[in-house]
Design a protein around this ligand. Structure first.
Ligand code: F58
Length: 837
């Protein structure tokens, strides 16, 4: 209970806090101008757009910090079971508008700035994207944080604070160039450095054993140590008083380790040697789905999970006095296998530091971890050479061997002596170079494993994890992905948001997306349809302006905007798209004027990054550029076809591209795209989908109705057979013709494109030739439909109306109840709090 003194102090503080945030224009201006002067130290009489952005961001951050502090205090007091989302990637994008919208302060700040002579829509463009991820997996993690905050879950995200995010792509003469993304140059107002929250993380060295109370104790004597420093990034929920945390770790030289070496004489050399520590968190690996056994990457993984687990254990013991009941109060989600070394690290901490025995440690470990798989492509599965792990993390290697030994016992108990099965399932892959299979370790130690769409969750049970499914059938679940309807509809598409609000008479759908169903009854209403078309035209005009700015190409907003934006990969089949475009081009240029009058004009928009080491993907970018050069400059074509490659596709560009699209392509070979999430974003914005029966397309078709989507191509169960029959395939004449155009030099660079041509003419692993005729047929259907604006618009409305399932709020509620066992913990709004507090 409080003393008189304390009560007085807390009353005083409460009064201060109560009066701190004032939601009137003048107070907001005061706060912004104060930050101009005192935080960024510029003159309050002269500040430019960038400085206005910075000051506005700091002002917004003040509010986030209040909400963050009070939320964390509330979590502490309520002491619910918590969940921690462990991910090597968070593709955050920009934060300013997201925060203002979530706090319901956008209008106020817009007005405050306007009176000061600044335009919020302009200054928000000055924020650099936080691009701490490669693509879908990283963006999913960020959508999940948004939903966890909005659903009031007692959750935190943990990751790495890379100094260099995803590389910046430029296109020179049609070739991709990679430029460093040093995104922190001008500071990052959204993070709070916590210099006093640091943990030592160890590497290398050796393990010694000794006897203690009749028990074997292992001591790891590491040879290298770095410090992990916490940077907190507040994540506000939508219209809730809850703000959760994304804690990112940055590496810096250890303050304590190896101080003796400083006495060896060479003081300066000792200091310099320590500087290497910082490289651990310096760069995001841009490799997309091809696993490379890089030592620095393993160091990043261990660095991140070790700091994270120390932090979680410290928080728990600080509150509870011991680790008792730890596994009832904590859930840890592994975003793919990247944080899997954490399983060995938690075992090590429990056994070696907290002196728990094996059995108790294993019981706790297997109770807290669960794991999400994001791919069936075998080349993406992580395997670390035993030799490397042994050297870098000797104690962990020992523990992994122990886990494996017990696992193999269990295997024998269940299936008897089955050598072949043991070879397949062992955590250690035998061979010339022994490997640790991280997915197997994750599967053995997790209580649950999930895929990210129905079809994908079924496929992993039949393919890569077949044996494990047989052994642990109850571990397997599905959690179909979702996206946050705030960033990906309400905030990026205000005209559509307003139309929906008006039509439904509420904005409640923004956090209860199922309510969009209410649009169905308006789908045939002519008046409503024309307003729907108007909204789309506005977004198309914005996208057209962006295309002009970035590609220098003038496009007509009367044309059908056809988009494929995603990482460049053979399995995603940008090649199928470009071959279709070449076919279209070849048709148009051979048409009579009367025939041309019948053509639906198209703008084909493609964007995406190729992994720097993925040669073929880079050639595909060059091919797209070469085709666009040719098509856009052919007077026989004019506005009937334009092709643009948008450079440096990222989150902020997606926020312009998605609302402005009318048709989007999700055309992976069936069975290869685990889910896809941009398909959901496009559908949510009234963009029709042309796609294969792959990933979440299957469920989108089911939800919106298969007459509202253009589905084509081989089905997943047909693919293996089609691959073996490829040699006998009678190739479509039109396919042979367009491929010949490429190899005969129609677009120049014939030799450079040979590997692309060979790939689709040879084994054609991704069945481009096989699906080509069906693809063209589907594209014909698109053109025919587009000519009937009323039918097209109806389909567009039905897409949005049927999208409720694809909110990440739904996904997160399912994780919470079916995997984590955590419940909402909503902070009550402070009394008299202004709306949006
Ligand atoms: C993606 N994976 C899947 N991986 O391809 C996509 O179908 C799914 O919708 C999405 O995850 C979310 O579940 C993905 O983006 C990566 O970017 C990895 C990053 C680290 C290296 C290996 C690829």
């Amino acid at each position: 209970s409080m003393s008189e003194d304390e009560r007085h102090r807390s009353d005083l503080l409460y009064t201060l806090m109560d009066t701190y945030i004032k939601n009137d224009v003048l107070s907001v201006q005061e706060s912004i101008v104060n930050h101009v002067e005192y935080t960024i130290a510029r003159s309050r009489y002269h500040f430019d757009d960038f400085e206005a952005y910075q000051a506005t961001a700091y002002s917004t951050r003040d509010r986030l910090i209040e909400s963050w502090n009070d939320t964390q205090q509330y979590f502490h007091d309520q002491d619910p079971k918590r969940v921690y989302y462990l991910s090597m990637e968070f593709l955050v994008g920009r934060s300013l508008l997201n925060a203002l919208y979530n706090l319901n302060l956008k209008g106020l700040y817009r007005e405050a700035l306007e009176q000061l002579g600044y335009n919020l829509e302009i200054i928000k463009e000055r924020e650099r994207d936080a691009a701490l991820g490669n693509g879908g997996l990283g963006r999913l993690a960020s959508c999940f944080l948004d939903s966890m905050a909005t659903e009031n879950l007692p959750a935190w995200g943990y990751g790495l604070r890379y100094q260099y995010g995803m590389f910046r792509q430029t296109i020179q003469d049609g070739f991709q160039r990679e430029n460093p993304d040093y995104w922190l140059t001008l500071g990052n107002p959204w993070e709070i450095e916590r210099p006093n929250v640091t943990y030592p993380v160890s590497f290398y060295g050796h393990v010694s054993a000794r006897e203690e109370d009749g028990r074997q104790i292992f001591v790891w004597n590491p040879a290298e140590q770095v410090d992990a420093v916490a940077y907190d990034n507040p994540i506000p929920g939508y219209r809730t008083a809850n703000t959760i945390n994304l804690r990112l770790w940055s590496a810096k030289p250890s303050r304590e380790f190896d101080l003796e070496s400083f006495n060896s004489g060479d003081y300066v050399a000792s200091i310099l040697e320590k500087q290497n520590a910082e490289s651990i968190s310096s760069v995001l690996y841009p490799d997309d789905r091809t696993y490379k056994g890089k030592e620095l990457r393993l160091k990043q993984q261990h660095f991140f999970v070790s700091a994270t687990l120390q932090d979680i254990l410290r928080r728990y013991t600080a509150q509870h006095g011991s680790l008792e009941n730890f596994s009832d109060k904590v859930a840890l989600q592994l975003n793919d296998t990247h944080p899997t070394i954490g399983i060995a690290e938690l075992m090590r901490l429990l056994m070696d530091v907290y002196k728990w025995g094996w059995t108790a440690s294993w019981e706790a470990t297997t109770k807290v971890f669960s794991f999400t798989n994001h791919t069936v492509l075998p080349e993406a599965l992580e395997q670390w050479p035993v030799e490397l792990l042994q050297e870098l993390l000797p104690r962990h290697m020992q523990i992994i061997y122990d886990i494996n030994w017990r696992f193999l016992q269990e295997l024998r108990a269940k299936f008897g002596n089955d050598q072949a099965r043991e070879y397949r399932m062992s955590i250690i892959q035998e061979g010339d170079e022994k490997m640790v299979r991280m997915a197997h370790l994750a599967l053995v130690a997790s209580h649950t494993v999930n895929g990210v769409a129905e079809i994908h969750s079924e496929l992993i049970k039949q393919t890569i994890f077949e044996d494990f499914y047989e052994m642990y059938p109850k571990k397997f679940q599905n959690k179909t992905n979702g996206v946050t309807p705030r960033r990906w509809l309400a905030f990026c598409n205000p005209p559509l948001r307003n139309l929906i609000n008006e039509t439904l008479g509420t904005d409640a759908w923004i956090s209860r997306l199922d309510l969009l169903e209410g649009l169905k009854s308006h789908a045939d209403d002519g008046e409503f349809q024309s307003r729907w078309v108007e909204v789309k035209q506005l977004a198309k005009a914005k996208l057209a302006a962006k295309i002009k700015e970035l590609c220098g190409v003038e496009v007509s907003t009367d044309a059908l905007f056809d988009v494929q934006v995603k990482r460049i990969h053979e399995y995603k089949r940008q090649v199928l798209n470009i071959l279709g475009i070449i076919h279209r081009y070849d048709q148009i240029r051979n048409m009579s004027e009367e025939e041309k009058a019948d053509v639906v004009p198209r703008v084909c928009i493609i964007g995406g990054k190729a992994a720097p080491g993925y040669e073929l993907a880079k050639r595909i970018i060059k091919l797209i550029s070469a085709v666009s050069q040719r098509v856009n400059n052919d007077p026989a074509v004019g506005d009937l076809l334009k092709v643009v490659f948008i450079p440096d596709y990222n989150v902020s560009l997606a926020e312009v591209i998605v609302p402005g699209s009318e048709l989007s392509q999700h055309i992976s070979t069936a069975g290869t795209e685990a889910s896809g999430t941009s398909n959901m974003k496009f559908a949510m914005n009234g963009c029709l989908i042309i796609g294969t029966m792959d990933g979440a397309n299957v469920e989108i078709a089911e939800e919106i109705g298969d007459d509202n989507i253009f589905i084509f191509g081989a089905l997943a169960h047909e693919v293996p057979k089609l691959r073996t029959e490829r040699a006998d395939l009678k190739v479509d004449d039109r396919f042979a013709h367009v491929v010949r155009l490429i190899s005969s030099g129609e677009f120049g660079y014939a030799d450079f494109f040979t590997p692309i041509v060979d790939a689709v003419q040879g084994s054609d692993y991704y069945l481009v030739a096989n699906d080509f005729p069906a693809y063209l047929r589907a594209q014909d259907a698109v053109d025919r439909t587009y000519k009937n604006s009323s039918i097209w618009t109806r389909m567009s409305i039905m897409s949005v109306a049927g999208c409720g399932k694809f909110s990440s709020d739904r996904t997160i509620r399912q994780y919470a109840t079916e995997i984590w066992g955590v419940e909402p913990c909503e902070r009550p709004r402070p009394p008299n709090a202004p709306e949006g507090y």
